[in-house]
Design a protein. Sequence first.
Length: 102
Amino acid sequence: MKKNMLIFGLVLLSLAAVSCTAGPNQLQNVPDEEGEVAGFWMGLWHGLISPITFILSLFTENIYVFEVHNNGGWYILGFLLGTSITFGGSGGGAASSRKKKR
């Protein structure tokens, strides 16, 4: 009985996780109003300023965290790299460099 409940719980959790995935970006490789498509460098910039942009997006309807008019993988790579720089995602901080006592 416990095994069946565990399997049912894992299936339910998996379905819930899969249902939250994002769909395709219909505006990928489509230029914006200015005729531009965001690439790697714009993604890096958007990732670096993402904390500020997120706060502003809560109070303003025309500010978004992520540019939908992007070129796909390169923009996303730049965005992820920018956010990891902003939030210190390298893992090389003070907590990871402490010497262990023997």
